[in-house]
Ligand binder design. Structure first.
Ligand code: ADP
Ligand code: UDP
Length: 239
C-alpha cells in the first residue's frame, strides 16, 4: 500500500490518498482544539491513543454487525480506511446529561436518562456546527430519509455495544459523537473516530473525567487521563 498526497488536514487528523482509489490513510495528530477551534493545544501521545482505541472499538462494532470504514492499522498513528463521502452530520448520542445539553436546557451534568437521546449537528465549521433536526437535514439534502433511518439505527447500536464494553472496564459512557459516510455504492458505514476526543468517559466509581473535557475545561492531568483510559481498554480487551 503506497501513501500518496495529502487530501485534507483537519484539526486532529490528516488524510492521504493511496494507490488504491477506494482507500485512504488517516494519520492521528497530537493537536487538540475545542470550542470550534478557538482553544488550541497539544496532548502528547494523543494521536497514538486515539488511533489504537478507535481501531479496537471499530473492530468491536464490526463484530456487532455495524459496518465501518476500518481496514487495518498501519502504524501507531496511521490507519488504512475505506474512502467515504462523509455525511455532513455530527450524530450525538447521550446517556447522561453533560456539555452542551446541560447548558442548553439549564440542567446539571450527571442526570442519567431513562433512554438515550440522539441529535444531529450540521457539520459546518463556518456556521459553528449548528444543531439541526432530521427535517432540516432532509431540506438541506444532507442525507435521504432512508440514510437517516440507517444512521439512527447504527448510532443506537453503537451505543449499546460501546456502553456495555466500557461498563466492563469500569467506565461510564456519558455521550459521544459519530460520523457516517457513503461508500462508492452508497452503503452507509461508520467513519471517523471513536476516542476520548469524541466521547465523554467517566470512571464509574469516582466519576473522574477520562476524556477531552480535561483539556476543554483546564482540569489538568490531560495526558494521564488519555493514558489511563487506554489502559482500561487494553486490560479488558482480550480479543
Ligand atoms: P475536522 O475536519 O473536524 O477538523 P479531523 O481532523 O478529524 O476533523 O479530520 C478528519 C477528516 O476526515 C474529518 O473531516 C472526517 O469527516 C474525515 N473522514 C473520516 N473518515 C473518513 C473516511 N473514511 N473517508 C473520508 N473522509 C473521512
Ligand atoms: N463532540 C465531538 N465533536 C464536536 C462536538 C461534540 O466529538 O464537534 C462530542 C463531545 O466530545 C461529547 C459529545 O460529542 O462527547 C457531546 O458534545 P456536546 O454537544 O455536549 O458539546 P460540547 O460540550 O463539546 O460543546
Amino acid at each position: 500500500m503506497e501513501q500518496l498526497e495529502q487530501v485534507y488536514e483537519g484539526k486532529a487528523k490528516k488524510v492521504f490518498r493511496t494507490d488504491d482509489p477506494a482507500l485512504y490513510i488517516v494519520e492521528y495528530k497530537d493537536d487538540a482544539t475545542a470550542f470550534n477551534g478557538l482553544k488550541k493545544g497539544t496532548i502528547a501521545g494523543k494521536g497514538v491513543i486515539n488511533n489504537q482505541m478507535t481501531n479496537r472499538l471499530m473492530a468491536k462494532m464490526e463484530k456487532a454487525g455495524i459496518p465501518t470504514h476500518f481496514v487495518r492499522e498501519l502504524s501507531p498513528r496511521q490507519t488504512l480506511v475505506k474512502k467515504v463521502s462523509i455525511v455532513p452530520l455530527e450524530v450525538i448520542i447521550r446517556n447522561i446529561s453533560a456539555g452542551s445539553f446541560a447548558k442548553r436546557y439549564g440542567v446539571e451534568e450527571g442526570i442519567v436518562f431513562d433512554q438515550p437521546t440522539i441529535e444531529f449537528s450540521y457539520k459546518n465549521d463556518a456556521l459553528g456546527d449548528p444543531l439541526i433536526n432530521s427535517y432540516h437535514a432532509l431540506a438541506l439534502k444532507l442525507a435521504t430519509a432512508e440514510e437517516l433511518d440507517t444512521i439512527r439505527r447504527y448510532a443506537f447500536a453503537v451505543n449499546d455495544t460501546l456502553k456495555a464494553f466500557w461498563a466492563e472496564c469500569g467506565v461510564t459512557l456519558v455521550d459521544f459523537k459519530l460520523e457516517f459516510g457513503r461508500l462508492e455504492d452508497g452503503t452507509i458505514v461508520l467513519a471517523d473516530e471513536i476516542s476520548p476526543d469524541t466521547c465523554r468517559l467517566w470512571d464509574s466509581k469516582t466519576q473522574k473525567k477520562l476524556d477531552k473535557d480535561r483539556f476543554r475545561r483546564d482540569l489538568g492531568g490531560v495526558e494521564d487521563a488519555y493514558q489511563e483510559i487506554m489502559e482500561r481498554l487494553l486490560c479488558h480487551d482480550a480479543d
